[in-house]
Design a protein around this ligand. Structure first.
Ligand code: PGA
Length: 251
């Protein structure tokens, strides 16, 4: 399966910046004459429709960074999965650690959001990962195991992103051996939860301080099915540089 390189633009970008970034990625992807990976960008809500229009007809697809668990209703300030789809998104990031920490999202809510996203035809990327304290305490696999069993519904068809919280936006990354250990553990959990065939088919992204200089090594680790990129996805050249590190292979 092809690796997926996903850009999480977070709360960055007014109209002109987002359009320029989308144009840059589109042009770079075309110049590359076909990259060995799938490309996804997740702009803030306000830019999704404009970015989707720019990227229409290109191999780059568009996603949201969150959605509500309900289809519609009295939820001031929230956005439903169907609204994301209507704006041109086909993917959505759910349960990112910034949502879990800043908005008190727990596994059960993330699971409901995954169900809502799937029902609206979006492919969810569900984020899991331990804090620094949990890793120092040797609890990282236990924590990630609970997040996986709590956040993924029955029949899950999507992508999992392992993002150690302490590696996000810090410039620090786990060693390749630590990434290999965690991704092998996640694979085992997915196979246990969804059976051999479906569990093996789920792509497991690594996220946290991925940049062009470390992408090749991280993407070569067994069971790494791509990358979820924050800061380095805000520059077309860096995002494409990471994509060039991707390799075509089984998840
Ligand atoms: P980072 O963010 O690449 O800036 O570390 C990753 C993420 O939060 O998805």
């Amino acid at each position: 399966m092809r690796q997926l390189i996903a850009g999480n633009w977070k709360m960055h970008g007014l109209g002109a910046d987002s359009a320029a970034l989308a144009e840059g990625i589109k042009a770079g992807a075309a110049r590359a004459g076909g990259l060995a990976c799938d490309l996804l960008v997740c702009p803030p809500f306000t830019q999704i429709a404009a970015v989707a229009r720019i990227l229409a007809g290109s191999p780059v697809v568009v996603g949201g960074q969150d959605c509500h668990a309900q289809g519609q209703g009295a939820h001031t300030g929230d956005i439903s999965a169907a609204m994301l789809a209507d704006a041109g998104a086909t993917w959505v990031i759910l349960g990112h650690s910034e949502r879990r920490q800043n908005h008190g999202e727990i596994d059960e809510l993330v699971r409901e959001k995954v169900e809502a996203a799937t029902a609206a035809g979006l492919t969810p990327i569900v984020c899991v990962g331990e804090t620094e304290e949990q890793r120092v305490g040797g609890q990282e696999t236990e924590v990630v195991g609970w997040q996986i069993s709590g956040s993924l519904p029955k029949g899950f068809k999507g992508v999992v992103a392992y993002e150690p919280v302490w590696a996000i936006g810090t410039g620090r990354t786990p060693t390749e051996a630590d990434v290999a250990t965690m991704h092998a553990f996640i694979r085992e959990e997915l196979v246990r939860q969804f059976g051999e065939e479906d569990g093996q088919a789920i792509r497991i992204l690594y996220g946290g301080s991925v940049k062009p200089s470390n992408a090749g090594a991280l993407l070569a680790v067994p069971n790494v099915g791509g990358a979820l990129v924050g800061g380095a996805s805000l520059k077309a050249e860096d995002f494409l540089g990471i994509a060039r590190g991707a390799i075509a292979r089984r998840p």
